[in-house]
Design a protein. Structure first.
Length: 730
């Protein structure tokens, strides 16, 4: 625990740097206060500082439970020495490359109090000093300027109200031109620098004197609204909605926004669509997403235009080969689908749990092997790919891996000019594939190959823009095979049967949780008070489930919840579950995020450098406070993090239903309350319970379940894919 005291300012000089992270400039150092002579520990973010440097620091005194009193840096400024002796000490500190104590003496003896001005403005004069030639003089000035660029950027950001922790990221992105770049276009910050949102960039623009009706502000506002819609899953934005949002959020009049739209369309940064749906006006696309949507359609048309040769194998032969390879007797429905797949370049296989989708994937791979064709298996996430490998016994990778995504260049190695070397591409959990990834996928599929998309279209759509699987089905251009028969083993599962009841809108059949009764798979615990729901979930996870059912409370049990905020949101549930399930002392605490060794955690964004992906769940393996690093164990693979990367990690005792897509857990515990009203939808409830393999427990009210069941009209995602594909063949 860290206790924090009120804001304060200290002046003095840097004595010693204990730890410095060169990537983000997080520092732990000893600082000598001028007035008292006391040496204190300072922690926080500082750019381009060295021992001996005079500083004025604002921040908070903290009492750390382990390291005692320390000063947390909020902002600081470098105070250049005003005396000859101070200048001598400053230069002798080693902060300027090429200048040591002896050289510092000679420089100060020659130029005195004007030494800093000579270095910065007239470096040729330095050649008057013995030992300094033209190259050394240039190096001294260059190092001086680099150092003071960082200092000036830090001061500028402080004036603009931007966190000093962003300074390193901005320096890395803009280099010496940081201040000039921000002054010329402050809105670039929200695009180029992770963590700096539009409203912060807009506030900086206002401080820099950008007018509210400035063309560059109007453009930035338009792009912000459109990016916001993309983040909500839309591929385009209707013109009328765009005008309304710009007026509501930024007080921009319609004619001003409309004129800017036309200008942006004329220069090709936006694309104005032609199809109209209702009275919402024209569809407005970001250029990149219009290219993605158009690219998907053109590539699918190209694939479907190539004739497919006859396989030379009949249904009886297919059945015999699958039986020989897998010892599986296919149902008539599965056999019919398998025989027809060989006649198409692109097919979609969809169905609920227990309908044999996985068996069909295994059969398809066996069949392709029999006829001498290579099949490549992939899924959108690492979790889904691992599960696909486990159930098929075949190698499966993420779609990004298959396409050779290069995180440094932000590009895919596999594309239309360098396609995949395979005869078939099988994608599981295809409902999770967004428009952008689908574009890169279909671009890399050879026209001589077969593309098979397998997924449950009733689940929640992809996190990224679009609802590709649903749109392809809706277009009626792609052959779709619906698996409806529930197999006997699945038919005996309460989880599977209730999933199909929910899918049809019927109320699930529950067992009342009673530890004296025979064990079942599906239970309902009625609670109508959110606080009681939270305490019941803790009781279930910490005692009832491990004691009665024998599951590990951390590794086997996953709490899923519709939302993040509130008493039964992910944030609060994670806090109370962490306190109950992990007795280890707190070892990392920053930005309100508290992590302990052995904590169950989730990675929140794709990090291709670390090869960890959005939604991967692991456990904190080690923590090194001295080096400010920690590691996470993901399925036996250890991944290292710096403390500054904590925002890529969150506790995962409880996660959102959306984050659970593509995963399965032995046990799922799901709160369902009327307070979740905005998010209560049938596909959300369906997705949640189909994540559970052996046990599902719903805690809440029947009223909330009924709300979800009746809400079978999920928010429509704006996409032109179905419409355009439907009419492209005419």
């Amino acid at each position: 625990m860290i206790n924090t005291l009120p804001i304060a300012t200290i002046e003095g000089h840097l004595e010693r740097i204990t730890y410095l992270n060169p990537d983000n400039h997080y520092i732990v150092a000893k600082f000598k206060i001028s007035k008292t002579g006391n040496v204190v520990t300072i922690v926080g973010y500082m750019t381009a500082v060295s021992p001996g440097q005079a500083l004025k620091i604002s921040g908070n005194w903290e009492t750390h439970y382990k390291y005692g009193q320390q000063f947390r840096i909020e902002s600081y400024e470098v105070t250049l020495p005003a005396t000859i002796e101070g200048i001598r000490t400053y230069l002798a500190s080693g902060i300027i490359k090429g200048v040591g104590p002896a050289m510092a003496d000679r420089m100060v003896n020659r130029f005195g109090i004007e030494t800093p001005e000579v270095i910065e403005k007239n470096p040729k004069k330095l050649q008057e000093i013995k030992g300094i030639g033209e190259k050394t003089a240039t190096l001294i000035q260059h190092t001086w300027k680099n150092h003071h660029v960082a200092r000036d950027l830090m001061l500028f950001l402080q004036e603009m109200g931007v966190k000093t922790s962003y300074c390193a990221r901005i320096l890395k992105a803009y280099g010496q031109d940081g201040v000039r770049t921000i002054r010329s276009d402050p809105y670039r910050l929200s695009v180029d620098i992770s963590g700096i949102g539009f409203y912060t960039a807009d506030a900086i623009a206002m401080k820099l004197g950008v007018a509210k009706d400035s063309p560059r502000r109007i453009k930035a506002c338009i792009f912000h609204v459109m990016e916001k819609d993309v983040n909500e899953g839309h591929v385009f934005t209707y013109e009328n909605r765009l005008l309304e949002q710009c007026k509501k959020l930024f007080q921009l009049e319609d004619h001003v926004t409309r004129d800017a739209l036309e200008d942006l369309a004329n220069i090709g940064e936006l694309v104005v669509g032609t199809f109209v749906d209702g009275n919402d006006g024209r569809p407005i696309y970001l250029k990149a997403l219009h290219e993605v949507e158009t690219g998907i359609i053109n590539r699918l048309e190209a694939l479907m235009s190539v004739p497919i040769p006859h396989s030379g194998i009949d249904p009886e032969g297919i059945s015999a080969e699958v039986l020989r390879e897998l010892a599986i007797q296919l149902s008539p429905e599965q056999l019919s689908v398998l025989a027809k797949i060989l006649s198409h370049r692109i097919v979609i296989i969809t169905g609920g749990p227990g309908t044999g989708k996985t068996t069909l994937i295994r059969s398809i791979t066996a069949l392709f092997k029999t006829i001498g064709k290579r099949a490549l298996l992939a899924a959108p996430t690492g979790r889904a790919a691992r599960r696909l490998s486990e159930v098929t016994g075949k190698r499966a990778r993420t779609v990004h891996k298959v396409l050779g995504y290069n995180f440094k260049d932000n590009r895919f190695d596999k594309h239309i000019d360098n396609p995949l070397d395979t005869d078939a591409v099988i994608i599981d959990e295809a409902s999770m594939v967004d428009s952008i990834l689908m574009f890169h996928l279909v671009s890399a599929v050879p026209v001589s190959s077969t593309l098979i998309l397998v997924g449950d279209v009733f689940q929640l759509p992809s996190v990224g823009p679009g609802s590709v699987l649903a749109d392809l089905i809706k277009s009626n251009r792609i052959p779709v095979f619906y698996l409806k028969k529930i197999f006997r083993q699945a038919n005996e599962s309460p989880i599977v049967m209730n999933a199909h009841r929910i899918r049809k809108g019927d109320f699930p059949a529950f067992e009342t949780l009673d530890i004296e009764k025979d064990l079942s798979e599906f239970y309902f615990v009625e609670q109508n008070d959110p606080v009681r729901v939270a305490s019941t979930i803790v009781e279930l996870c910490s005692k009832t489930i491990p004691e009665r059912f024998g599951f590990d409370p951390v590794h086997d049990v996953q709490v899923l919840t519709p939302m993040h905020k509130g008493v039964i949101g992910t944030t609060r549930l994670n806090q109370i579950l962490q306190n109950e399930l992990n007795p280890n002392p707190t070892v990392i605490e920053t930005r309100g995020n508290t992590l302990k060794q052995a904590d169950k955690v989730m990675h929140l964004q794709n990090n291709y450098q670390k090869e960890v992906f959005n939604g991967d769940i692991g456990a904190i393996n080690t923590i090194n406070r001295k080096k400010e690093v920690f590691s996470v164990d993901y399925y036996g693979r250890i991944v290292d993090y710096d403390f500054s990367e904590m925002d890529e990690i969150s506790l995962a005792y409880a996660i959102s239903v959306h984050k659970s897509q593509g995963s399965e857990y032995p046990v799922v515990v799901l709160p369902m309350m009327p307070q979740h009203f905005v998010l209560l939808q049938r596909n959300l409830l369906y997705t949640a319970i189909t994540r559970g393999k052996k046990l599902v427990i719903i805690v809440g009210t029947k009223h909330a379940i009924n709300i979800a069941l009746k809400n079978n009209t999920p928010k429509k995602r704006l996409s032109g894919l179905a419409f355009k594909l439907m009419h492209s063949g005419n």
